[in-house]
Design a protein around this ligand. Structure first.
Ligand code: AMP
Ligand code: GLY
Length: 427
């Protein structure tokens, strides 16, 4: 099978590693890819907004399956474009990608199909949003409607903070068409749940917890994710069944009933509270850095699973994962999540990969005549497997310590919640 993976981050390097392991793989191309992807696949420079060129690349390379990494091309309709040309695509249509592309759409969908989520209102007018906030009180959450790369959400501790968020996210004129969702604050523990979907049915595909805040102890500004681990202790088999029954399957059925079947991976961002799981948000692609850890634990061949999801033949598949835990530590360039320092040299990756169970996934690197340099905010995802989350954590940090990159930084407490639980349990 000739496979094209679209994207250039850690998620795409992890996907490429998993596809490269498949006995069924023919040509493997990542576009545009990164230097990590280039160790397991061919890479082709490409602007992901240029759908015409993507289709041409598929024709030229006789691609059998396109795997779309990030959300933006999906929301822009790349799956529809490929389908028209008869190329199988892992990832939803433009209409189905609205589950991530519009928070308002996702909330209305949940209401229509009885999917548990925070109570909410949708607003185009600042005054109306503020009136709603005052009747609800704080804490309360304000979200921009569209794709915002993790930056469009404000969890406000006070009414004043929530009102300021409305002013920041919504232009003064309601005629702008911009919209915010204001929603109830949910208490509990977060988890990222993944399910493969083929338009008709769905199969659970492991879960993870990520650390969204830049600072230790989960403090400071939000980022795309500073690290992750899998499996999260909170996601027991019973909880996983419940999430499938109460959230994932109703979503797949609801989207099918509306004539916009969902294919690809449904990533449910969950809050697990005392009364069970509630949906915080949907994403329509693998998480980054969650993909790095769940794909390390997958014991099945990934390719048939992706193909079955793309071709509506997932019934009967149940993906299996090893008992080992996996944990990834993101190394970011100083300045992130603000403007990161670019072009600084990174040494020691080979030494890091000699730590047992470790793979150094590239997220934002560039190969130059002088060697490897940082390119972008999140630069490396140092990923380790172990018998426990604690062991995976020790190995990941042993590898981090072998990387010679003074301009990079990472959190030192990735996995703290699970490691504390393991210690409490005496393991
Ligand atoms: P989102 O982009 O919707 O996933 O939101 C980003 C982060 O904001 C989430 O991972 C949560 O930590 C937090 N968040 C979003 N919505 C809520 C909510 N209703 N209650 C509490 N925290 C939330
Ligand atoms: N790590 C969260 C995300 O991929 O959206």
């Amino acid at each position: 099978m000739n496979v094209l993976i679209l994207g250039s981050g850690g998620r795409e390097h992890a996907l490429a590693r998993a596809c490269a392991r498949s006995p069924q793989i023919g040509k493997l191309i990542v576009a545009p890819g990164n230097p990590g992807c280039a160790t397991v696949a061919a890479t082709v420079p490409l602007d992901l907004a240029d759908h015409r060129r993507i289709v041409e690349l598929c024709e030229r390379e006789a691609i059998d399956l396109v795997v779309v990494g990030p959300e933006a091309p999906l929301v822009a309709g790349i799956a529809d474009e490929l389908e028209k040309e008869g190329v199988a695509c892992f990832g939803p249509s433009r209409a189905a990608a609205q589950l991530e592309g519009s928070k308002g759409f996702a909330k209305d969908f949940c209401r229509a199909f009885g999917i548990p989520t925070a109570a909410y209102g949708r607003f185009r007018s600042r005054d109306d949003a503020k009136a709603f906030i005052r009747t609800r009180g704080a804490p309360i959450v304000v979200k921009a409607d569209g794709l915002a790369a993790g930056k469009g959400v404000v969890v406000a501790a006070t009414i004043e903070e929530a009102e300021a968020a409305v002013d920041a996210l919504l232009p003064a004129s309601a005629a702008s068409g911009a919209e915010v969702v204001v929603e109830e604050f949910l208490d509990g523990e977060e988890a990222s749940f993944f399910a493969l979907c083929d338009g008709v049915t769905a199969a659970p595909f492991a879960s993870a917890q990520d650390h969204k805040r830049v600072g230790e102890g989960d403090t400071g500004p939000n980022t795309g994710g500073m690290g992750a681990y899998s499996p999260p202790p909170i996601m027991t088999p019973e909880m996983s069944d419940r999430v499938m029954r109460e959230i994932v399957l109703p979503t797949v059925r609801g989207m099918a009933a509306r004539g916009t079947p969902f294919r690809g991976v449904l990533f449910a961002g969950l809050m697990i509270g005392s009364d069970g799981p509630k949906l915080i948000e949907f994403n329509v692609r693998f998480g980054d850095p969650e993909a790095e850890v769940i794909l390390e634990r997958l014991t099945d061949d990934l390719l048939p699973l992706l193909e079955a999801s793309a071709k509506a033949s997932l019934a009967g598949f149940s993906p299996t994962f090893g008992a080992d835990a996996a944990l990834t530590v993101v190394m970011a360039a100083r300045g992130y999540p603000g403007e990161p320092a670019r072009g600084t040299r990174i040494l020691g990756i080979e030494a890091a990969e000699r730590v047992p169970g470790v793979a150094v996934i590239h997220a934002g690197t560039r190969r130059t005549a002088d060697g490897l340099v940082a390119e972008g905010g999140r630069v490396l995802a140092v990923t380790a497997k172990g018998h426990t989350v604690g062991e995976a954590q020790e190995r990941a940090y042993a590898a981090v310590d072998r990387i010679d990159w003074p301009e990079g930084f990472c959190r030192r407490d990735i996995g703290w919640r699970a490691v504390a639980r393991e210690r409490g349990a005496g393991s």
